[in-house]
Design a protein around this ligand. Sequence first.
Ligand SMILES: *Cc1c(COP(=O)(O)O)cnc(C)c1O
Length: 219
Amino acid sequence: MSVNVNAYQQLKASLTAQGVTLLAVSKKKPIADIEALYQLGHRDFAENYVQELVEKQPQLPSDIRWYFIGHLQRNKVKYIAPFCTQIQSVDSLSLLQEINKQAQKCGRVIDVLLQVHIASEETKFGFDEQEVFSVLEQGSLFANVRIKGLMGMASFTENTDQVQREFSTLKSIFDRARQQFTELSLDTLSMGMSGDYPLALRWGSTMVRVGSLLFGARS
Ligand SMILES: *Cc1c(COP(=O)(O)O)cnc(C)c1O
């Protein structure tokens, strides 16, 4: 088993003191690793792939809160809608509509974040700033989704100035969205991973998504 218990306990304590939520990103990691963190009291786990999540979820305790953070195709929403706590990777209005539809079928309200494209890399998904505001304007039309905030991934680079610029951009979009859409009670800014979470915290992250620091490198 490869869970780094010390790293977990230190990170968890420091984030709790700052009022920041820790998501343990367990993609490509075995059930035993998730159970090890569960035994330490952890409940918030994040996965990137629908099939992997759907296989793992029934094998693990039902009080785990599952967050979906990977790119999500509309035709796969139905598989995770029955149990997923939050979908952070909403990157189109049509995906939001599909989540609403599937949540309604399950008699649930699913929390979502809008993914914002802040990195310089072309490959990262997400809305631009204008699109975020246009989706938020329609946010209250969906009875079975609750938009809780924004999620973003910074560029994968050693250039910490660039990473900070990207996090500060996301933070400023978040602040303006909160001011403009008070009726939505946006309270979650999900940014920061193993390599850049200290910078994300400096720029106002309320939720970090940490995988390799807790579980070791992924193969
Ligand atoms: C894999 C992943 C993470 C965790 O990455 P680590 O570098 O292992 O901490 C966080 N967020 C997203 C969206 C991911 O895909």
